[in-house]
Design a protein around this ligand. Structure first.
Ligand code: SF4
Length: 248
């Protein structure tokens, strides 16, 4: 829904929305968020990863006209790209593919090995920048992040400020790992094919490994590195940590 009048800052809007929807369910949060004037025009951003189907299905039951942004880093598993196409068709979603700037790839990552030399720079170029570009024109975006994922997500609220003007909506903030699995099973939804092969979380192919039973689901992402998120971007040609992670 377009914004009707200039609104307060994203921080103030998020605080008010959290107060209003504090005790709502995931589906009610998403339903109201998609029509609340305090939220504005929203897109959903999805990696079409291991658990993405839950949020995508939820959206498909509420409003299939909401754009779904899929970030193709050009380093994804072939299985993810196939799953993305099949799932989008299955759920009838309006998917828009975003990707890195080709000239920048040629300049900074001609051998496609930047992820080994400088994974933060690689994430900035292949994820953060294209995502920011794809979100221009939107007042809010929907993510599938959950408190149970820990780290920076442990205190996640349904709504949070993303910079000065944009809001992030996290309808699944209070979902447990069991809730996710139950939702997929009860709605007979197709799972990412790599889940059955031991990948509890699926990102770019060079930076994702299988997880062992009992391990944190995100333990396979950037294994052996301090890195856990992609909250990095370029400012005046320099890498800057945003302190706000992307979801991918
Ligand atoms: Fe590059 Fe790895 Fe980040 Fe993907 S996850 S953008 S390959 S560093």
């Amino acid at each position: 829904m377009p914004l009707e009048a200039p609104l307060a800052s994203a921080t103030e809007r998020a605080a008010e929305l959290n107060t209003r929807y504090r005790n709502h369910s995931a589906v009610d949060v998403l339903r109201h968020a998609l029509s609340d004037p305090q939220v504005g025009r929203a897109a959903l951003v999805s990696s079409f990863g291991a658990e993405s189907v839950v949020l995508l299905h939820l959206l498909s039951t509420l409003d299939r006209t909401v754009p779904v942004i899929f970030l193709d880093t050009e380093m994804l598993f072939a299985e993810t790209k196939t799953y993305q196409k099949e799932l989008a068709e299955h759920l009838g979603l309006d998917v828009r593919v975003a990707g890195p700037d080709r000239a920048k790839l040629m300049e900074h990552d001609p051998d496609a090995l930047l992820h080994r030399r400088d994974p933060d720079a690689c994430c900035a170029m292949r994820k953060s920048e294209p995502l920011e570009h794809a979100l221009s024109g939107f007042d809010a975006w929907v993510t599938g992040r959950k408190r149970v994922q820990g780290g920076a997500r442990a205190n996640l609220e349904f709504f949070e400020a993303d910079g000065k003007d944009r809001i992030k909506i996290n309808p699944l903030a209070h979902f447990s790992l069991e809730d996710i699995q139950d939702y997929i099973t009860n709605n007979r939804l197709p799972r990412h094919p790599l889940v059955a092969r031991g990948f509890a979380s699926v990102g770019c192919a060079p930076c994702t490994t299988k997880t062992k039973p009992g391990e944190d689901p995100r333990a396979g992402r950037w294994r052996g590195q301090d890195k856990t998120e992609c909250g990095i971007h370029f400012e005046n040609g320099k890498l800057v940590r945003t302190g706000v992670e992307t979801i991918l």
